[in-house]
Design a protein around this ligand. Structure first.
Ligand code: GCU
Length: 348
């Protein structure tokens, strides 16, 4: 049944990872800015003393990246459980710099044994069409971009990769169990960050929808024309040509999930989030499964029916859940992802 439904969507066949990554960057997000020529940092220890009742430490770390047109600095927040072991960890791209935050239940996460490195996306570059602000200001001369230059999503993804550079230097973190995550526009960002950086072992995208984890062709709710009209600066300029012209896209969003293979990718949907379209997020998992199977892994293991909440598919390297309720990064999403993660987590 699902294959029949997908056939009607008329999505292009998968290609090899390198080709898909080129297409995704050239046609949707723009090329991720270059790695910095140098990265240094300054640690502000115990930014919040007795964090989580003393079960963790919370430092604020200012990263300084040397970029083509100057040095770019932004803060990250590093919460590490005080237990003496190597911790799996999240790199969380957040809407705000609150710690904890309504989308980031730090204490529950720490209680489950994870460290969390988070940053506020607006500390990287503003969520608007100003390409002179923040990171954009040290990448583009006078804010001018060409058709394949990074949009804002690619810049936020770059920042998640710099947080990973810092994480790589910490002995108390278990580099084999890193997760990049975010909600909505930042779920799209998390997927792109993982697709283009193999150090992320897991990607967890919550309600990422259009231009994220949802198949575009035949989608309900938001389409390329809507997103390019309302948020053109999230993407490279090439993407605009597909507004009202999606059949011409030489890709669909299953390229994004497939570029993460054989690493783990988790797609979380919400029943009432029709703008994101849970069914199209689910179908994207089905369509990406082949990339995993070709590499000898279980891809997406699900029943041959469209999902109805509540449902979880946690058996393969692609995980999925559909919960009741609306567009939100809820504690339930975190809990279900952690259940999925723990099936694959082996402590060293
Ligand atoms: C808008 C946008 C979505 C996006 C969401 C968000 O609704 O249309 O594509 O995911 O904002 O980031 O909250």
């Amino acid at each position: 049944m699902l294959n029949e439904i997908l056939k009607k969507r008329n999505i292009p066949p998968l290609k090899n990872r390198e080709e898909m990554l080129q297409i995704l960057q050239q046609e949707i997000y723009g090329y991720i800015p270059p790695k910095p020529e140098g990265l240094s940092w300054e640690v502000q220890k115990d930014y919040i003393p007795n964090f989580c009742a003393g079960k963790a430490t919370l430092d604020r770390v200012i990263l300084s990246a040397q970029m083509p047109l100057g040095t770019f600095k932004f803060p990250i927040y590093v919460a590490i459980p005080t237990t003496d072991k190597k911790h799996p960890f999240f790199v969380n791209i957040n809407f705000r710099d609150n710690i904890p935050d309504r989308y980031l239940p730090s204490e529950e996460i720490v209680d489950n044994g994870f460290a969390v490195i988070s940053f506020c996306y607006k500390d990287v570059t503003d969520d608007n069409d100003d390409f002179t602000d923040g990171l954009a200001g040290v990448v583009y001369k006078d804010g001018k971009r060409d058709s394949t230059s990074a949009g804002k999503i690619a810049m936020w993804a770059w920042a998640a990769q710099r947080a990973m550079d810092f994480a790589d230097t910490l002995d108390c973190l278990d580099g084999d169990f890193s997760i990049v995550c975010g909600h909505s526009r930042l779920g799209k960002t998390a997927l792109l960050a993982a697709a283009t950086d193999e150090r992320f072992r897991f990607a967890f995208s919550n309600n990422s929808g259009c231009s994220g984890a949802a198949i575009t062709r035949g989608k309900q709710g938001e389409r390329v024309a809507d997103i390019c009209k309302n948020f053109p600066y999230w993407f490279c300029k090439n993407y605009y040509k597909y507004a009202q012209n999606e059949q011409k896209m030489p890709f669909d969003q299953h390229f994004l999930l497939s570029s993460i293979a054989p690493r783990y990718v988790y797609v979380a949907s919400a029943q009432e989030d029709l703008w994101a379209d849970p069914q199209s997020e689910f179908l994207c998992c089905v369509a990406a499964s082949k990339a995993y199977e070709q590499l000898g892994h279980k891809g997406f293991v699900c029943d041959d029916i469209l999902p109805h909440a509540p449902v979880c598919y946690h058996d393969g390297n692609i995980g999925y859940h559909l919960r009741g309720g609306s567009h939100y990064f809820s504690r339930e999403d975190w809990k279900l992802f952690i259940n999925y993660f723990n099936r694959f987590y082996k402590q060293n």
